[in-house]
Design a protein around this ligand. Structure first.
Ligand code: CMP
Length: 142
């Protein structure tokens, strides 16, 4: 998920380019402003934490881009591309390391396990929204 502010900062192309350059495959993509209810479901595991209310307010404040990204070890790769959650700890060269100055506004969210990916994808997409496409490049990039 590309978080609010990335669209306004005109950094959507920068983020998506990094995913594409890695050779991962975008199978679904949606521009949407999430309702509070949807944010609460997305971030249910953080309910009760000090930053939870601010997080839900922020995520529901402006458009996000949700995506399904596929590839061998796609979850591990997306998390490496994103960098550490904490903006101060994210390494230069990662999306957060290069563009995030505030932990809450750390540009992207990436699912941390196959189970979370399945749950989170289900919040935004139906099976009919997910395109399995081939360009013959699998031999070289995935
Ligand atoms: P994300 O990967 O989307 O998962 C939960 C989000 O909560 C996280 O990225 C941050 O945006 C936010 N978050 C996590 N820890 C903190 C924190 N200590 N302070 C503020 N926001 C946080």
């Amino acid at each position: 998920m590309i978080k609010p502010g990335v669209l306004q900062r005109r950094l959507v192309g920068e983020v998506i380019t990094r995913i594409e350059r890695k050779g991962l495959k975008i199978q679904a993509l949606k521009l949407m402003t999430m309702t509070r209810k949807l944010c609460e479901r997305q971030y249910a595991e953080h309910k009760g934490k000090a930053f939870y209310d601010d997080l839900v307010n922020y995520i529901s404040s402006a458009p996000c881009i949700t995506m399904v990204v596929a590839g061998e070890e796609a979850i591990a790769m997306m998390r490496k591309l994103a960098g550490a959650t904490n903006a101060a700890e994210a390494e230069p060269g990662t999306i957060r390391g290069d563009f995030a100055a505030v932990t809450q506004k750390n540009l992207v969210h990436a699912s941390d396990s196959p189970a979370s990916a399945a749950r989170e994808i289900g919040l935004f997409f139906g099976p009919e929204d997910i395109q399995d496409w081939s360009d013959g490049n699998e031999t070289w990039v995935v």
